[in-house]
Design a protein around this ligand. Structure first.
Ligand code: HEC
Length: 290
């Protein structure tokens, strides 16, 4: 159901773009009335209500000073390649009832509240820095109103030959996961047929304290899998209970009767050998809470 409604939002967003032309219709262009990096005002660096533009001109230069890597506050990495999966349809840690970005609804998006200084918890972003000009925030609002897509829909005909590779956005492979972040977030390089998600396809096991996964004392941890976004395909895997300190193994099946696959029924390249098949395996540790 989540998936279906998100799909609808995407479609509306795409149609809005098609009708208005998106770039070039004057919406939110020229945020400060001057070029951001002083390259002559040729317009090439003007903030646009697109994910890529916001990434390049706001998240990367301003926010990643703090929101990057394994130590990103509240697990919110805002580096290119990670930010979309951790913002769109992702619950805020501070106010879990709100999504960080809720497509179509900037007022209910916690990201906007943090930027405008109206959030119920914590400081205004960028923390201890100069607040973003309202014109800049308005462009981000526009992107959310337009459906908060990542802008790649319908562009990638290459992906017809590309095999789906999965990447863990949280936790970062080999790094520890903090107990406060809860969700494990995985993205795919190619759109996946998420109707294939079913019991047994995604498993999370605790090692049972010995850090090994073949010693017979592993513990299966029940999880809930949510499709945060279809294009790009972002999966959030939420343990049904707080994870105790231990080593964990997440496995997404790329072989067998319940393998995850793309829309051409080609299994994911889970083991990274550039051919379909093989399980995607992510090992990480959870540290004791302070
Ligand atoms: C100087 C470090 C720093 C910078 C720069 C910074 N943040 Fe933050 N951010 C934090 C910290 C620390 C928290 C948690 C405490 C708080 O909210 O005050 C946080 C919390 C957040 C949250 C809440 C996340 C949640 O799940 O509840 C959002 C959204 C956010 N930041 C967005 C941004 C954006 C967007 C930028 C860039 C415009 C930015 N931050 C820049 C340090 C920073």
């Amino acid at each position: 159901m989540r998936l279906a409604s998100f799909g609808a939002v995407c479609l509306i967003g795409a149609m809005t773009c098609a009708l208005s032309g998106c770039a070039g219709d004057g919406t939110g262009l020229d945020t400060n009335g001057r070029p951001l990096d002083g390259n002559g005002g040729d317009g090439s660096d003007t903030l646009q209500p697109t994910f890529q533009s916001i990434q390049e001109q706001v998240f990367t230069p301003i926010c990643t000073a703090c929101h990057a890597g394994a130590a990103a506050p509240l697990g919110l990495r805002l580096e290119a390649g990670a930010s979309y999966a951790l913002l769109v349809n992702a619950s805020s840690v501070e106010v879990p009832a709100l999504m960080r970005v809720q497509p179509g609804n900037p007022d209910a998006s916690y990201l906007i509240q943090k930027l405008e200084g109206t959030a119920a918890v914590g400081g205004r972003m960028p923390l201890n820095g100069t607040p973003l000009p309202q014109a800049t925030i308005d462009v981000i609002r526009q992107w959310i109103t337009d459906g908060a897509t990542d802008g790649t829909a319908g562009v990638s005909s290459d992906s017809l030959s590309e095999v789906a590779k999965l990447t863990a956005v949280l936790p970062i492979s080999g790094k520890a996961m903090s107990q406060s972040t809860r969700d494990i977030v995985v993205t795919s390089s190619v759109e996946l047929d998420t109707s294939l998600l079913q019991a047994g396809l995604v498993t999370l096991r605790a090692s049972g304290g010995d850090g090994e996964f073949d010693s017979g004392n592993e513990i299966l941890v029940p999880v809930e899998v949510t499709v945060r976004s279809q294009l790009p395909t972002v999966l959030a895997i939420t343990p049904r209970s707080m994870l105790a300190a231990d080593t964990y193994e997440l496995r997404i099946a790329g072989d067998g009767p319940v393998a995850l696959a793309d829309f051409q029924a080609r299994a994911i390249d889970g083991d990274g050998n550039s051919t379909p098949g093989g399980d995607f395996v992510l090992r990480f540790t959870v540290e004791t809470t302070r």
